[in-house]
Design a binder for this molecule. Structure first.
Ligand code: COA
Length: 147
């Protein structure tokens, strides 16, 4: 198993990126400036993209695991890798997500705690309603972990 940084042609992983963020022009907002990592275990099983948000804050903009490999620890391994790699250079690792039972418990299991919300982020920024587990996402919920 290895985790490597991807510098060229990050869009080759678009199908994984869209699993976490289903509107391509929203992915394009952070893909180029972001730092991308992929986790390989024979094949690519997961990816994540992080950005420098200033003031010592590193943000996870996108994280996704290939569907058939979800629930096997790969997502947590990537988060742990990021936390370890950036512990000396950032003070906070944060992530913004919909208020969904598919994602919030995962981040809480990985040591993140809710910090704040951005009201109507999903309804204001996406060109169509986003549903997860049958519930429409409206506000962006931020969770943070101290590094
Ligand atoms: C969310 C996602 C990245 C999690 O990665 P994963 O590899 O499936 O999760 P892991 O197996 O590493 O889970 C780590 C822990 O979180 C728990 N967990 C994961 N998803 C959970 C859920 N929906 N509800 C409750 N607990 C959950 C696991 O049980 C595990 O707990 P444990 O350490 O006690 O065993 C992955 O499911 C995914 O790619 N989903 C689709 C894309 C997406 O929604 N990305 C996030 C956008 S914000």
């Amino acid at each position: 198993m290895k985790i490597r940084e991807v510098n060229d042609n990050k869009k080759q992983f678009i199908s994984l990126l869209l699993l976490a963020d289903e509107q391509e022009n929203m992915v394009e907002r952070y893909l180029e400036k972001g730092t991308m990592y992929v986790l390989e275990d024979n094949e690519v099983k997961a990816e994540c993209v992080v950005t420098d948000e200033g003031n010592g804050i590193l943000e996870i903009k996108n994280i996704a695991v290939v569907p058939k490999y979800q629930g096997k620890g790969y997502g947590k391994m990537l988060l742990d890798f990021i936390a370890c790699k950036y512990a000396g250079s950032y003070s906070v690792l944060q992530v913004g997500t919909g208020d969904s039972p598919l994602t919030i418990p995962f981040y809480e299991k990985c040591g993140f705690v809710r910090s704040h919300i951005v009201p109507r982020f999903f309804t204001d920024n996406y060109d169509h309603p986003i549903y997860e587990s049958g519930i429409q996402l409206v506000d962006m919920v931020y969770l943070q972990k101290h590094l």
